[in-house]
Design a protein around this ligand. Structure first.
Ligand code: B12
Length: 307
């Protein structure tokens, strides 16, 4: 009987970023490979020894420290010196595009850099097909019955999200925010789930006087930290029906009582002081209709009621 293909996933050098390596090790395991994860801080010699001891067919190197041009060729030399130069070497992490051909020449079969945010719209469209709607820098795609919304600058994806929640269409927020949140946020969250998990603050676009053409939009925005991949999160709801309508009316009335009718009529807000506690309570049980993650999220404009 043929034995399963064995892959060593290794973290060379002083790099402490281990999430990518763990994600890949798990994905390979789930795909049926036998995977040995070395843990952090491996020398090239240790990696070559592990490959031999584990009788591996391939080694996947994960690196985000910038030391790939030094460490990868050394690992390949250590493998050849031990007579296992035929083991497949592949890699991933933060590796500038300019280095990829040089590493290929050194013997790295393939390099996999991070996910869809930052990649090319053209690449996305090889999976999704063309956008069915384009509005300025935003494109909307239909994938498996879900609407995916993508914001892009100069052909590169800044942010991605889902429009119109249903049983079928949810958004796996956790994969973009492995860092700081305390409370596990489900894939089909309410505003309350998101606020409890991440924090963030409420804001709104044209809360009371949007004209006939536009519905008011309420946003919950979270600014991602380094540990959250610098991804921001924006959950929003276009207010047309219950239960959003009651929450929005309550918030609007309390804002008007505190800051005056003119402010509420004219303003867009996203400061923390806009009766965030009222919005947090009113919107907690309600699901947003759109969630987006990434950078350059449009959101509500800034406005300070005390000015
Ligand atoms: C989270 C994070 C951290 C966390 C790490 C937590 C952990 N245990 O992993 C913390 C806050 C601790 C941290 C610290 C530091 N960080 Co940091 N960090 C990041 C951040 C924001 C995200 C990395 C991440 O986890 N992504 C999610 C995972 C799933 O993605 P990934 O690792 O890229 O893996 C994917 C692909 O790359 C690929 N992949 C990765 N490995 C492999 C392997 C194989 C075999 C394959 C097939 C594919 C593959 O597949 C994965 C899935 O798509 C990045 C910025 C960024 N946008 O990447 C900076 C980043 C990596 N950090 C950086 C820096 C500078 C640091 C610090 C030096 C900061 C400091 N001055 O202290 C320290 C160093 C820590 C250390 N000991 O090494 C820089 C590195 C710069 C560079 N290389 O040029 C980055 C790029 C930020 C930046 N733009 O400046 N960091």
């Amino acid at each position: 009987m043929q034995r399963p293909y064995r892959v060593v996933v290794a973290k060379p050098g002083l790099d402490g970023h281990d999430r990518g390596a763990r994600v890949i090790a798990r994905a390979l395991r789930e795909a049926g490979f036998e995977v040995i994860y070395t843990g952090l801080h491996q020398t090239p010699e240790q990696i070559a020894e592990t490959v031999i001891q584990e009788d591996a067919d391939a080694v996947g190197l994960s690196i985000l420290s910038g030391a790939h041009m030094t460490l990868f060729p050394r690992i390949i030399t250590e493998l050849s010196d031990r007579g296992v130069g035929d083991v497949l070497v592949f890699a991933g992490g933060i590796i500038p595009e300019a280095d990829i051909p040089k590493l290929a020449e050194a013997g790295v079969a393939r390099i996999f850099t991070p996910d869809v945010i930052g990649s090319n719209v053209a690449f996305l469209e090889t999976i999704t097909g063309p956008a069915f709607r384009t509005d300025g820098s935003e494109r909307t795609y239909k994938v498996d019955g879900c609407q995916i919304i993508v914001g892009a600058t100069a052909g590169k994806i800044d942010n991605i999200g889902i429009v119109g929640y249903s049983q079928r269409c949810s958004f796996p927020i956790a994969q973009y925010f492995a860092g700081g949140y305390q409370y596990p946020v489900p894939n089909n969250p309410t505003f309350g789930d998101i606020k409890r998990g991440f924090g963030g603050s409420y804001g709104a676009d044209c809360l009371m006087s949007c004209g006939n053409a536009a519905a008011p939009v309420v946003y919950l925005s979270y600014q991602g930290s380094h540990a959250d991949n610098f991804n921001n999160l924006e959950a929003s709801l276009s207010i047309a029906d219950e239960p959003g309508l009651s929450a929005y009316e309550d918030w609007g009335q309390k804002l008007a009582a505190k800051y005056g009718q003119d402010y509420v009529l004219a303003a867009k807000f996203n400061t923390n002081d806009n009766l965030d506690d009222v919005a947090s309570r009113d919107f907690a049980p309600i699901r947003p209709d759109t969630i987006r993650v990434g950078g350059n999220l449009s959101g509500p404009g800034e406005s300070d009621p005390s000015q």
